[in-house]
Write a protein that binds this ligand. Sequence first.
Ligand code: PLP
Length: 415
Amino acid sequence: MQQKTVYDSSSPYSGSIIEPSHASANVHYAIREVVVLARALERQGQRMLYLNIGDPNVYDFDLVDEARLAAEWAMSNRKSSYAPSEGLPEALEAIAKDARERQGIHNIIDVFTGNGASECIDLAIMALANAGDNILLPAPTYPLYAAILGRLGVEARYYRLDESNAWMPDIEHMASLVDGRSRAIVVINPNNPTGSVCSKDILLRIIDIAKAHNLLILNDEIYERLVLDDQEAFVSLASLDDEVSVVTFNGLSKAYLGPGIRMGWGVVSGKRERLESYVDGIHRMLRARLCANHAFQYAVKPCLEGGQKHLPEVLEKLRRRRDICMSRIEAIPGLSCVAPKGTFYAFVRVEGITDDSAWCQALMRATGVVVVPGSGFGYHASDAGYFRIVFLPDERTLLDAFDKIAAFAAEYSGK
Ligand code: PLP
């Protein structure tokens, strides 16, 4: 029998289109949004140089052998079933061991795996915050955090990273933002998009604020192995204090060169009695989404326990490419950049412009070079604009990109 359509003209959805949710309208991810225009230009015959996305596999970096072999083994041994929701026991043990023995995190309460650090971050925030709460984010920030908060109706409060102090968090500003609805401080260290690495002193001061106000620290250390100069400069925040409540995020995307295998994890540390019910909340979320990618969980232990033999070459390439970018930026009038100490990003200042999106779009149209505007990372300044460039490409590609950027910057007359 044919179904009769019921039409209620008082419904907000009585129009003729399928309406998207308010939550979706709040979600922005500039790193991929710039690709919409880039693809349109490509279709018109423009040659594009994509320097927008932090994916090593797009350039001359390959997934480490340990991960490839483990996944091949898993696929040949029928590991295509569901895995336990919290993660494969041998992966969880390897993550906990690495966190304890290498990173010095001693008070571990829980470990869980997810489809990339992204999913772990999403679940950890969803298990924590209610609409109307607020969470402190760095500015500039990695846009995933604001996208998650927007979806949940949780307010993003931005604390300044101070360009004049090597992009370190401005601790006074951070403290001034906390109120009774604050739930967490996000720390991204090493930082995307600035490439800065937090000093131990700064981390201790963030811990003091978190402890004073019973805040969780959401501690994103996905670039922790990609410290370019002084490896000793990096300290894992959770290793500095046994009582502060922390979830430390990490994964195989960056240091093990496998962003598409979607394998990440969270390590919860602090005082058990403070964290128990929150950890229960995380596990309810984990069960509801079934499990992380099963096969690639077999890669976690061999990666963490393997020789890390790929790293010296990766770091050497990144150092050379970073240095090329810095010397080219220095030579272009109006551009400057605090040299990144880690990651594969540089956050470049463009003097005298107020609309960095317009600048980046004009750059893309004129030259095909694709970079992400600083405003896409939640960062605005009154006297300058910013863009983030990825220095993963080989030296020739970077030199070509900077020739184009230099010619464009000399001609640009917008504001
Ligand atoms: N956190 C930061 C700071 C990142 O830059 C990225 C990816 O670029 C992620 C998390 C996401 O990592 P994953 O690929 O493990 O989801």
